[in-house]
Design a protein around this ligand. Structure first.
Ligand code: DGL
Length: 264
């Protein structure tokens, strides 16, 4: 049987990464798991995020996957550095591809990172960036209100503008020329972030680089599907209706046949 690419996120946000995977790997089957019973991960402790991540990986392994993409920035930054060596299946997170692209893009060696509290506290982006170039100055800011605003569909207007201005102020002061959107939800706020930060600042949305990395690994391992009619399956741990309502905004098309599973 053809093996699929497994993807998981704390909820619906990982669909921004899935969208790129579908665009760049149109022949691949994809199994997506959104842990909607336990979202958000961004405010949970590292130990809890590690436990949830292990459970999600074990669920996906039962779905016959050949690679797992950890689409959630919080899970990638808190759990992957610890877990990577414990599984035989390739685990691809979203941190390294984003960090690499940012180091490549910066001209003044000042990079900003925004993400959930968990992602920022883990300092994983800093670690990855410093390994690539120790001279780079990094300013990292947690933006916890962005996730609920995006889920409410408040992508423009006075409230989100005020919140974004406050969060982005230290990054403007630090004169970053490159800003990593270190959370699944933030690409949807690109227009407002771009307006506040200015056109000269490069916004890094790692989804595309993640898809390129997944393709490279599958190719190296001889696991790429050359043809076939791809199947995309979607599982959640709670509330498929909520997931379905938001899915179109994140994936760019509606999602049908969402199955609720009790894996947790
Ligand atoms: N998916 C999470 C991330 O990228 C955001 C939502 C959450 O806090 O669970 O960090």
């Amino acid at each position: 049987m053809k093996k699929a690419i497994g993807v998981f996120d704390s909820g619906v946000g990982g669909l921004t990464v899935t969208r790129e995977l579908i665009a760049q790997l149109p022949n691949e089957d994809i199994v997506y798991f959104g842990d909607t019973a336990r979202v958000p991960y961004g405010i949970k402790s590292k130990e809890t995020v590690i436990r949830f991540t292990i459970e999600n990986i074990l669920f996906l392994l039962k779905q016959n996957v050949k690679l797992i993409c950890v689409a959630c920035n919080t899970a990638s930054s808190c759990a992957l550095p610890v877990l990577k060596k414990n599984f035989r299946v390739p685990l691809v997170g979203v941190i390294s591809p984003g960090a690499r692209e940012a180091v490549y893009a910066t001209r003044n060696k000042r990079i900003g990172v925004i993400g959930t509290k968990g992602t920022i506290k883990s300092r994983t982006y800093e670690t990855e960036i410093r390994q690539l170039d120790p001279e780079i100055k990094i300013t990292a800011v947690a933006c916890p209100l962005f996730v609920p605003l995006v889920e409410e569909g408040w992508l423009e207007g006075g409230v989100v503008e005020e919140v974004a201005r406050r969060y982005l102020e230290p990054l403007k002061k630090a004169k970053v020329d490159t800003l990593i959107l270190g959370c699944t939800h933030y690409p949807l706020l690109k227009p407002i972030i771009r307006r506040i930060m200015g056109k000269e600042v490069t916004l890094i949305d790692s989804a595309k680089q993640v898809a390129i990395e997944v393709k490279k690994i599958l190719d190296q391992e001889g696991l790429l599907n050359k043809n076939g009619r791809p199947q995309h399956r979607f599982y959640v741990s709670d509330n498929p209706e909520w997931f379905s309502g938001l899915a179109k905004r994140f994936l760019g098309r509606p999602v049908k046949n969402i199955k609720k599973v009790n894996n947790v």
